[in-house]
Design a protein around this ligand. Sequence first.
Ligand SMILES: N[C@@H](CCC(=O)N[C@@H](CS)C(=O)NCC(=O)O)C(=O)O
Length: 216
Amino acid sequence: MKLFQYDHCPFCVRADMVAKYKQVNFESVYLLNDDADSCIDRVGKKMVPILEIDGQSIGESLDIAHKLDELGKTDQVIAEGGDSDRFTQPLMTENRAIFSLLFPRSVQMGLPEFATQSAIEFYRVNKEAMIECSFEQALENTAEHKSRVEEVLSDLPELVKPSDRGGLLSWDDVMIFPMLRNLTMVKDIQMPAQVVDYINEVAALTKVELYTDRAI
Ligand SMILES: N[C@@H](CCC(=O)N[C@@H](CS)C(=O)NCC(=O)O)C(=O)O
């Protein structure tokens, strides 16, 4: 079973964290960001994550995550969710600031999807158009973007950590954690203690690496 993904992709992290938590035996395949064919051949469009299993390919992160939940260890229970919007919606209101922080940093993290110059350039062209700003300018505007995101983080409601529910992962974590994990790319971003504790607990439980050590 193969999971095609990008390290920086929050949708891929949804699938990756479930696979690891459920101790599914799978192979991670990190595609280059400009490798469209590997995706199109499997799901008809350039999009990850993709789970390849028994000759079939499944797209859509949540479909993959549910499939992995079925396939994994039954005693590794994922608790019910349904409450993630209270956390993800406020973050999404600052998508422009978040993307402006993350996009130019993603290509500098030494990630496998950006192992070639052409993969970096492909991403840069797409993402600069999306934020309507060059990566250089976006990095120069770090302080402004950071303070907008810090404000949202400081106003987040109380997060329920795995340790608050007997060490179980929840479907809310699958939605919330990938967004917060990416913010660890941003050096010295101020996060309330509850957010830091949440990120660290979910990362440890799902064995997903953070970017803290190489933050820029
Ligand atoms: N609805 C999809 C969204 C997946 C998605 O947007 N993936 C992004 C990477 S973060 C992608 O592959 N975009 C096309 C590209 O990078 O060229 C899912 O949940 O799996």
